[in-house]
Design a protein around this ligand. Sequence first.
Ligand code: HEM
Length: 403
Amino acid sequence: MNAPDGPDGVVHDWIPSPLPDTVFDPLPHRLLHEEPVARVRLPYGEGHAWLVTRYEDVKLVASDPRLSRARTVGRPVTSMTPHTLAPAGGVGRADPPDHTRLRRLIAPTFGRRRMTALREHTERMASTLALRTLETGPPADLAESFVGPMSATVIAELLGVPAADLDRVQAWRAGILSNDTTAAAGEAVKKEIAGYFADLARHRAAHPGDDLVSELAAARGTGGISTPELVSMAVMLTLNGLDAVRNIVSTMAYVLLVHPAQTAKLRAAPDRLPRAVDELLRYIPQRDGVGMPRIVTADIEVGGVTLREGEAVYVFYPAANRDPSVYTDPDRLDLDRDEAPHLAFGHGAHYCAGARLARMEAEVMLGTLLARFPALALAVPPGQVAWRTGTVNRGPEALPVTW
Ligand code: HEM
């Protein structure tokens, strides 16, 4: 329902519901075409915010220093969830110079050199897990038996989270990323996970290993990062590494399986895989609803609309990825597409810190599946795949396959 909002125009009520498959949320899709800078009101928080959906406008908002993340702290901006997903003190809600300092601390761990070194190890792990799956099936649930364990192990090793603790961390993940947890329950889970990482950092400061939590604990010793910053960094990296990768790579496998002709071409030319992964990232709407807002610190014109100082703004990257002025036939999957870079990892200073890791994991997992399972197919009709509900990141609950 749309409510007139005085002389300023219409506010669109946006109540994102869990969508199956790769179905695109109809409201932002319509706004992209009809009202690319629009006012929206989400289920929680107060007032309304701007929603920006076109490719060039999204890039402008995401990279202009007049937009602040730090100014969202303590403000009940209209939002997707009753509790804020990102804690204050985290990179996602910091501006320079704090933001720059925090990103520098983690850059080497997620940089090109480290990822190249990690790829071989990840490939071996994927081969071993694929063989085990081959021995125990068909059928198999690819999400839980292959993609999930792979992404969990990779991030746990990088960060230095003991494998024995992963189940506990997974349970916290479900609580934090849920969009129907109450504010109090969300805060309680966040407190628990914060306590866990504070303890882990204390332990690693005394017994350092070759992992990121040890590095951050050392940086804390020299004043490079505070305890709350360290904890929220560890939480954010763990949750993204566990959840975003598990959901999106499972969805990528699903999309390949429901596009058999394009997948057959890809199987015959595996060097095309990196390009195919980018097209899958562009095409898949990876989340329900929208990420974190920004606050306007000085008036700025976006797509012919003046956003005023103090107003809240959201960009919607999945819509920008479907902008018809940038992509030919944008709602169609085309694994050979060679157009503008997608914005699935965001843009500007807050560009996804784990983009290289996510890309590498997707390439390794999909490459292994294509090579080891020449007859891979869904074990149920596409309409019977169950999709996650009540959580911000979209993905299949299970991905039953046969071969
Ligand atoms: C395919 C999987 C992933 C997708 C699609 C994705 C997407 C995104 C997006 C859209 C943003 C927000 C950009 C913004 O705020 O404007 C982001 C931020 C971030 N992502 Fe990812 N991400 C993925 C995987 C990962 C992984 C594996 C990690 C690390 C383990 C990670 C760590 C982060 C961090 C730390 C930020 C905050 C960066 C900042 O605010 O400076 N992400 N990601």
